[in-house]
Each structure stands twice: as structure tokens, then as C-alpha cells.
Design a protein around this ligand. Structure first.
Ligand SMILES: Cc1ncc(COP(=O)(O)O)c(C=O)c1O
Length: 402
């Protein structure tokens, strides 16, 4: 079927985090975005990473059917769940996953918290690469561990890993875990096989376990190749927890179901034991599992149309800024639907930039600094929205700056 992705769905009164209350930057305090409207001057949310598109129709149909069954008792994953996960990654990614490697978890942020507590002792260190998805920070510090960042290098709009620095930092015996963001949010890089191999060799050499957060792996721009960390070879697969989920791909984040792929039995058992210890290995939300299966089994047609739409939004954003506000640089986007934009050309300090975007233009991006101080002067825009939303936001920016 052909999806109408231009259609704006009203998300008010659904408790939508993105549309109800903004906290993608702290300076101005929370802004209530309820009743945001494209026509009047209400704020337009373009921040948190969910889509403003309804999920694929087969998902909606499957959920309707499950609701009409009427009994929502304790639920376990069945073979259908494993077949759907395995089938998706085999068909779409040519990655063969064994059933026993898969552990369902209630989300990837929780999984990062669990991993820190499973593989580290308080006082240990965890390696990340800022600017990066900021909930990683709390997963580390809440576990009593210290953040060590090997910052990415911004090579004129193309971020790269600093391998020398990584090697130096990973060689600290206190570093027990590394969280790899692949594709990388917020800078939009899709790491090449060679980059991943160099990263992985460093971690393996120093006995650092790698959490490979691949939540955005289905959102890859045509012409760019995504490479799964666990496909690098046995010694890499045996030293990693790969985080996968249908939540970004099919707009199912509120379902809170992810699939951890942990080929190494010892690492997997330790992770599962930790979940059991804190009382969450008890079952699965019946709607989440139905949505996951329908999405992986029947969501491909929707995804292909949605990806085309997102890349068209990216091109539109880039052209718009080049023509209207050339001081704002839109970085290339290889993967994810989150576009990194450099506002430093406006020469504003943090407070002035927030005042401009949040209070004057009333477009709510994620402020770059929340991803680490290296993001100062940047904004992250969410492109998974109907074009009328994007256009309304851009028109307001132009009104204030252009
Ligand atoms: C890199 C990354 N990891 C994890 C998440 C969230 O995962 P979950 O909703 O499964 O906790 C996001 C959401 O934006 C993300 O960008």
C-alpha cells in the first residue's frame, strides 16, 4: 500500500513525550508544547527520537486483533518472536543470528544500565565517544562508574574516531566496558567495517567488553553500507552485546521491547542473571511482542517508503539552509533520522542560541551540548516528520534569522 507520509497526525492527548513537555535543553526550563500547532505560534517539537508517522498498517492491524482477544495476562516470547528477529536480520542485513543468542530486554537504555552493573564494579571506567546519545552518561554514573570519553574528531563535517586516543584510554585497566553507538547518534555517521574493526581490535586487546548499540541500524541512507559489529568475526562477536530493536525503525519506542544479541554464553548468562536479580525477567508486554513480530514480518514496505521520505527531508533541509540561512551548516547524514546542525556561524552563546530557537522561533531541537560539551553550538533536528511540520519549523527559523 502507499502510505501518506505528508499527513500530520495530531498527537495531543496521547501522552506523547515529544509533544507534551520539552526538556531537550536546560537553559530556558521546560516548555509546555501541548497544543503545539503549525498554524499559530505554538512550539514545534523536533527533538526526541520518535517519528510523527503512524507505524506500519500491519502493526496496527495485528494490535487490533490482539486487543480483541481480550485477555492480556502474563506473556512469554514464543518461537514466533525469535523467527521474526532472526528473519529480519537475515533478510534485511544478511546477518545470521542464532536463537540462543537473543535475550529480550525492556529497552536499550535499560540494557546499557544493566550492562554497566553486570560487567563493571563501582569505580571502574566505561568508554564512550562524545558527542553521543546522552542517556549513556547516566547508565555509567548510576552504576558508580566513571565516564571516559574518546571524543570524535570533526573533520569538516565528517566525524571520525580517534584511534590513538582510544588505544590510550582503553589500555587503562580500570576500563571494563565500551559503549559503541553504531550508527552514531547525534553525528549521523555509519561506521565502516574498517573503522569498526580497528575499534574492536583495540577493545579486544585490552579486554574491554563492547556494548554495540545498533538501534538505528535499519535507518541507513542509500549508498551507505551498515556493518554489524558481531559480523566482524568470532573474537568480536564473543566480546559484545549487540542492542537491536524495532523501536526506531517502526516507531515503536513506547512498546519498550528490544532484543539483545549476545553470542558469548558467559556474557549472556551474566546479563540474564542480572535482569533476573532485579526482577524483570518475568515476561513481556503482550502488545510489544505482537508489534515487534508484525513489524519485522510485514513492515518492510512501510519502512522503504518512510526511509525515502526521511532522505528527501534531509535533502530539503540541506537545500533550505544553504539558500536561506547559510550560516547554519547541515551535516551529512549517513544513518539515523537525526541530523546534526552547526549553528556556530551565528556567533551566539548557549543562552542566546536557546533563546533564538526555543523562545523566538519556537522550534524545539535537542541542544547540542546535552550530548557532551563537544556539541556546544550544535542542534539536533529530528527529520522523521511530515514535510508540513519540517516546513513550519524552517519558516520560523528563517523569520528569526534569515
Ligand atoms: C543510540 C540510541 N540508543 C538507545 C535509544 C533508546 O533506546 P530505548 O528506547 O530502547 O531505551 C536511542 C533513542 O533515541 C538512541 O538514539
Amino acid at each position: 500500500m502507499k502510505y501518506d507520509l505528508d499527513h500530520v497526525t495530531d498527537r495531543s492527548n496521547t501522552g506523547a513525550a515529544k509533544w507534551d513537555l520539552y526538556n531537550g535543553g536546560v537553559h530556558s526550563g521546560p516548555i509546555t508544547a501541548i497544543n503545539a500547532s503549525l498554524d499559530d505560534d505554538g512550539p514545534i517539537p523536533m527533538w526526541v527520537a520518535d517519528m510523527d508517522f503512524p507505524s506500519p498498517q500491519p502493526v496496527i492491524d495485528a494490535l487490533h486483533e490482539r486487543v480483541s482477544h481480550g485477555i492480556f495476562g502474563y506473556t512469554r516470547v514464543t518461537d514466533c518472536y525469535y523467527d521474526s528477529v532472526i528473519g529480519w536480520f537475515s533478510r534485511r542485513h544478511d546477518w545470521d543470528i542464532k536463537k540462543e543468542w537473543i535475550t529480550p530486554a525492556p529497552g536499550i537504555v535499560p540494557a546499557c544500565h544493566f550492562a554497566v552493573r553486570t560487567y563493571c564494579e563501582p569505580g571502574d571506567k566505561v568508554l564512550i565517544q562524545r558527542p553521543v546519545y546522552y542517556p549513556f552518561f547516566r547508565s555509567i554514573t548510576n552504576g558508580g562508574c566513571e565516564i571516559v570519553s574518546s571524543n570524535l574528531i570533526d573533520n569538516d563535517g565528517h566525524y571520525e574516531m580517534d584511534f590513538e586516543d582510544l588505544e590510550a584510554k582503553a589500555s587503562d585497566p580500570k576500563v571494563k566496558l565500551a559503549i559503541l553507538c553504531s550508527p552514531h547518534n547525534p553525528v549521523g555517521r555509519v561506521w565502516t567495517e574498517d573503522e569498526l574493526r580497528r575499534y574492536g581490535e583495540i577493545c579486544n586487546r585490552h579486554g574491554v567488553v563492547v556494548v554495540a548499540d545498533e538501534i538505528h541500524c535499519d535507518l541507513i541512507k542509500p549508498g551507505t553500507k551498515f556493518f554489524h559489529y558481531a559480523k566482524l568475526g568470532e573474537e568480536f562477536a564473543n566480546n559484545t552485546l549487540v542492542c537491536t530493536a524495532p523501536s526506531k525503525t517502526f516507531n515503536l519506542a513506547g512498546m519498550h521491547l528490544s532484543s539483545m544479541v549476545i553470542p558469548n554464553e558467559k556474557l549472556r548468562k551474566a546479563f540474564e542473571d542480572y535482569m533476573a536479580k532485579i526482577g524483570i525477567a518475568h515476561g513481556i508486554n503482550p502488545f510489544a511482542v505482537v508489534a515487534l513480530e508484525a513489524a519485522y514480518d510485514h513492515g518492510e514496505e512501510w519502512l522503504d517508503q518512510t526511509l525515502d521520505y526521511i532522505w528527501a527531508n534531509h535533502a530539503h533541509l540541506k537545500n533550505f539552509m544553504a539558500e536561506n540561512i547559510p550560516a547554519i551548516k547541515v551535516y551529512d547524514l549517513q544513518g539515523t533520522y537525526l541530523n546534526w546542525m552547526d549553528f556556530r556561524g551565528l556567533n551566539l552563546d548557549r543562552a542566546q542560541l536557546e533563546e533564538l530557537t526555543q523562545l523566538k522561533a519556537k522550534v524545539l531541537f535537542d541542544e547540542g551540548y546535552i550530548f557532551g560539551e563537544e556539541g556546544e553550538g550544535f542542534e539536533r533536528i529530528n527529520l522523521a516528520c511530515p514535510r508540513p511540520i519540517l516546513d513550519a519549523g524552517l519558516a520560523r527559523l528563517k523569520r528569526e534569522i534569515g
